[in-house]
Ligand binder design. Structure first.
Ligand SMILES: [Zn+2]
Length: 172
């Protein structure tokens, strides 16, 4: 995928899949919307329309087509958001810990949903890392520290120990 033309900032995030809404009775292209409601878990909008020419009514389903979510790595490289990669990162941190995979999948879903809800289509790995850490901390503290040590790339054992003692103090 060519994403070189991408800029961060506000970009168009959706488009109508149908470019013209022709009246199914007379073919006229202009109609007024008399009712709109979300359908299909809010990704589709059902619209009741009235043709401005023949006044007959018809229904359209408009689907929001989202632009992909782009993850910006520390080195500036960009790649599309990968839920599996996100889960794998957490699985590694949870090795030999009593954390069920479903829990990690739920965290990944939650993070993906939160990111999808943003207007910004670019997100940094640092930002995702923070989101994961916030949630892992509540699930399993050992997994949290392991994950944090990778994500924050602790420079030495001291910063690692600092984080660990901070965690232990918070528990008291
Ligand atoms: Zn018509």
């Amino acid at each position: 995928m060519n994403i070189s033309g991408w800029k961060s900032g506000k970009i168009i995030i959706w488009k109508r899949t149908e470019t013209t809404m022709k009246c199914p009775f007379c073919g006229y292209t202009e109609s007024k919307v008399i009712d709109s409601r979300p359908a299909d878990g809010f990704t589709t909008i059902r619209r009741r329309r009235e043709c401005l020419s023949c006044q007959k009514r018809f229904t359209t389903y408009e689907t929001i087509e989202r632009m992909p979510l782009i993850v910006v790595k520390r080195d500036g490289f960009r790649q599309s958001f990968d839920r599996v990669k996100l889960i794998n990162g957490m699985v590694r941190a949870c090795e030999k810990r009593p954390v069920p995979l479903e829990k990690l999948e739920a965290i990944a879903d939650e993070i993906e949903q939160e990111l999808q809800g943003k207007l910004e289509r670019e997100v940094s790995t640092v930002e995702i890392g923070e989101m994961v850490m916030k949630r892992l901390k509540e699930v399993d503290e050992v997994a949290y520290v392991r994950f944090a040590s990778v994500y924050r790339s602790f420079k030495d054992i001291n910063t690692f120990m600092d984080e660990l003692s901070k965690l232990l103090t918070e528990q008291k």
